[in-house]
Design a protein around this ligand. Sequence first.
Ligand SMILES: *[C@@H]1O[C@H](CO)[C@@H](O)[C@H](O)[C@H]1NC(C)=O
Ligand SMILES: *[C@@H]1O[C@H](CO)[C@@H](O)[C@H](O)[C@H]1NC(C)=O
Ligand SMILES: *[C@@H]1O[C@H](CO)[C@@H](O)[C@H](O)[C@H]1NC(C)=O
Ligand SMILES: *[C@@H]1O[C@H](CO)[C@@H](O)[C@H](O)[C@H]1NC(C)=O
Ligand SMILES: *[C@@H]1O[C@H](CO)[C@@H](O)[C@H](O)[C@H]1NC(C)=O
Ligand SMILES: *[C@@H]1O[C@H](CO)[C@@H](O)[C@H](O)[C@H]1NC(C)=O
Ligand SMILES: *[C@@H]1O[C@H](CO)[C@@H](O)[C@H](O)[C@H]1NC(C)=O
Ligand SMILES: *[C@@H]1O[C@H](CO)[C@@H](O)[C@H](O)[C@H]1NC(C)=O
Ligand SMILES: [Cu+2]
Length: 601
Amino acid sequence: MLPIAAALFSFYAAVALLGGSAGGQAAVVEHTFVVKQVYIRHLCNDTLATVVNGQFPGPPVEATEGDTVIVHLVNESPFEITIHWHGVKQRLTCWADGAGMVTQCPIQPNSTFTYRFKVDGQEGTLWWHSHVSILRATLHGIIIIRPKSGSYPFQNHQPHVDVPIIIGEWWQRDLMKVDKNFSNGGSFSDNPAGATINGKLGDLYNCSGVVEDNFVLNVEQGKTYMLRLVNAALFSEYYFKVAGHKFTVVGADANYITPYTTDVVAIAPGETFDVLMVADAPPCRYYMAALANQPPAPDPQIPVFVSRGIVQYANDDTTGAAASGCRDGRPPPMPEMPDQHDTTTTFHFHGNLSGLPTHPLLPQLRGRVDDRLFISLGKGTICPGDRPSCRRGGGDEAEAIEVAYMNNVSFRLPERMSMLEARQYGGNAGLAVQELPARPPSVFNFTDPALIPVGPGVPLEKIEATRKATTVRRFAHNATVEVVFQSTATMQSDSNPMHLHGHDFFVLAQGHGNYDPAKHVRTYNLVDPLLKNTVQVPRLGWAVVRFVADNPGAWFMHCHFEFHIAMGMATVFEVANGATPDDTLPPPPPDLPKCIPHKKE
Ligand SMILES: *[C@@H]1O[C@H](CO)[C@@H](O)[C@H](O)[C@H]1NC(C)=O
Ligand SMILES: *[C@@H]1O[C@H](CO)[C@@H](O)[C@H](O)[C@H]1NC(C)=O
Ligand SMILES: *[C@@H]1O[C@H](CO)[C@@H](O)[C@H](O)[C@H]1NC(C)=O
Ligand SMILES: *[C@@H]1O[C@H](CO)[C@@H](O)[C@H](O)[C@H]1NC(C)=O
Ligand SMILES: *[C@@H]1O[C@H](CO)[C@@H](O)[C@H](O)[C@H]1NC(C)=O
Ligand SMILES: *[C@@H]1O[C@H](CO)[C@@H](O)[C@H](O)[C@H]1NC(C)=O
Ligand SMILES: *[C@@H]1O[C@H](CO)[C@@H](O)[C@H](O)[C@H]1NC(C)=O
Ligand SMILES: *[C@@H]1O[C@H](CO)[C@@H](O)[C@H](O)[C@H]1NC(C)=O
Ligand SMILES: [Cu+2]
């Protein structure tokens, strides 16, 4: 029997701003992460959750740019685990990227592995999460990389303290079963129980009269707070607001951006934003809220998820006698949230951000493109057991399995060996790997909403047929690669937060409808594009990114919606070694976990 850890929340107080090795020599930041199952109580239920060091969210990794991070992973859970350091560029340390079966075989129960990498050439907020299946719902935490100089490139606004704001979900289902359900086409009953801010569901959730705790941010009038936003949710993009306050967005995916003032942040799974908030409202209490958005019907609908927390002014004497205008029992003001089906606010939010090309850490955008890919992102069906035909909704024929794809191939992870090991040993070491097509095998009206409806009564469409394979796309060292991502309306019309490991990319443009080079190339921002590791490809729209393939290794490239990645919306970008040892991936660390052949169920 495991211990009952009823109220184990990691307590995210405001973290001291510039500690560690600021201004000094590069330091080593060392942690031991013990992965274990604990019971956590929410909504009248003790739920067994897999967490690091008993905490949900997990412990923060705080470093200064240039530091070395060492994390000893001790797996005391019954599951195979890897930890991915999301957004860390991992230059020449692909072995530490933690993508299960892509860069390493998983760490078996009762085994350990030590991750070693540098946080170099990037400053801001990133995060870590497990990358063997869906367990990242509770296996995640923030990574904060502070500037070596001790000061930020935004004058007049040096923040007072850092405030991690990790948006997540609380699940009360057996996540391993949910994962299995997704890889078999998904089940409509598999939804989270609620949304969370820093592990708290907030007071919109209650059960039998027990109201859930809010995350509380204590502020002092006039001070500036650096909200470090992470979307660690499996399912949804979120809108985040604080009543009575405005934000200045200054960073995205650990890159500085041109400061952008707004009262709402749209954050997709995998994205991070650094947001300054000045406590300049009348001393009081204000709700902060995170609301999940989703495409409207006929897309399948999930319940509305809202978590809220509280911004509490120090000099608001709500319990004492002094009058302060907001003590008379009224509830704190709630921010006016966008509609849950509003997909325009996120389009404008992302479209309004631009990079900060004058910052010394930001690379130059390259003009000449060596490789061009056009990747359609959609859903299709396969027939079980390679049968020639199947149908939807039961009957005599076998049930079609819904999958997600890139360019009409649904990704399947290898089972015998990781793709990076196969790359290292040459000739794919016998893994059955195929080249990801550079464009969709056939063109259709990708964003025609007539393709969306799906359900037991809707017959299989010809366009749905797809296949599964382990795909890879190989790039010469130092190649400049441009990728057009096209979201489609196939059986759904979700946006797609596309995440590339090991590289940041410039986001050159986004738009609605079908991408058309004749119209859209001239809209590219070649002056101050955003540099990101995750691009939110709009619903029924497209986005264009460009990056330099200069980090040798095998890098996962996938949608960060958990249901899409589990269903196969993924591939691997392999980058060749360069001509010198400085451009060559070293051999694997000696303790890299060995693969244990999987029993087929
Ligand atoms: C959670 O607790 C409530 C009330 O006791 C119960 O009705 C519900 O079925 C529980 N849910 C799960 C997933 O255990
Ligand atoms: C891990 O070790 C514990 C304690 O020695 C043991 O009870 C458990 O069965 C082991 N688990 C596995 C999967 O080997
Ligand atoms: C998985 O799918 C089955 C069949 O649709 C469903 O009964 C079950 O509730 C789903 N989720 C879990 C966690 O088992
Ligand atoms: C508890 O939740 C229900 C809906 O689930 C709501 O009607 C009720 O007002 C809530 N109670 C409290 C005290 O928040
Ligand atoms: C910026 O946002 C405004 C609305 O806030 C919108 O009208 C405009 O189109 C957006 N710009 C871009 C490039 O998306
Ligand atoms: C694609 O579908 C949309 C929506 O039905 C329609 O407006 C558009 O004209 C179509 N485009 C083409 C090229 O057929
Ligand atoms: C997708 O691939 C399947 C299987 O190879 C093929 O039958 C189908 O025609 C392809 N569909 C499209 C739209 O290219
Ligand atoms: C990489 O490519 C750029 C642009 O094509 C070129 O200027 C540079 O010399 C190349 N660097 C190496 C190490 O090959
Ligand atoms: Cu990731």
